[in-house]
Write a protein that binds this ligand. Structure first.
Ligand code: NI
Length: 177
């Protein structure tokens, strides 16, 4: 196990554009993915991008299990996504609440494309190509924004819907990305 400290908003490394991964199936990439997974699990996160642990590479992980406490929440398959490309399927935008491990204790309403196609590679260079909607699409857009130095507060349009999780959702144990 190696749980890494997650950088918080204000750290300049979160604002940098990450570099593509050029070699797959390497020990260094495997080690990075173990660290990312350990860190995400330890913080009960729904996703994590490599820049959040100070590694400037285009690598994200995400996944949400269906939860009996939130039966309406969509599940998202556990995924390793490297060098991602996101293509919106149409112009539809949906507003939804997000939290981020780099912005702890806060949540905000963020507009995202409702329907996207995303492509990229797994840890061995195998191609991933999925067309998804809703919460799955939201999580992918949030994580991939981290690779371009964008944190979700930078996309908020209505700051009356931005605040502390404990005030907005008292007693709820919500996952951050
Ligand atoms: Ni995040």
């Amino acid at each position: 196990m190696s749980i890494k400290p997650v950088l918080r908003m204000g750290d300049e490394r979160l604002l940098q554009r990450a570099e593509p991964v050029r070699e797959f199936s390497t020990p260094a990439l495997r080690d990075l993915l173990v660290d990312m997974n350990d860190t995400m699990q330890a913080l009960n996160g729904a996703g994590l991008a490599a820049p959040q642990i100070g590694v400037g590479l285009r690598v994200v992980i995400f996944g949400v299990q269906s939860n009996s406490r939130y039966p309406d929440a969509d599940s998202v398959p556990q995924t390793i996504l490297i060098n991602p490309i996101i293509t919106p399927i149409d112009e539809q935008i949906e507003e939804g609440w997000e939290g981020c491990l780099s912005v702890p204790g806060l949540r905000g309403v963020v507009p995202r494309y409702l329907n996207i196609r995303y492509q990229g590679c797994d840890e061995n260079g195998g191609l991933i190509d999925r067309t998804v909607s809703g919460f799955h699409a939201r999580v992918v857009q949030h994580e991939c924004d981290h690779l371009d130095g964008i944190l979700y507060p930078m996309r908020i349009r209505d700051f009356s819907k931005f605040g502390f999780t404990e005030e907005l959702f008292p007693g709820q144990d919500l996952q951050d990305e």
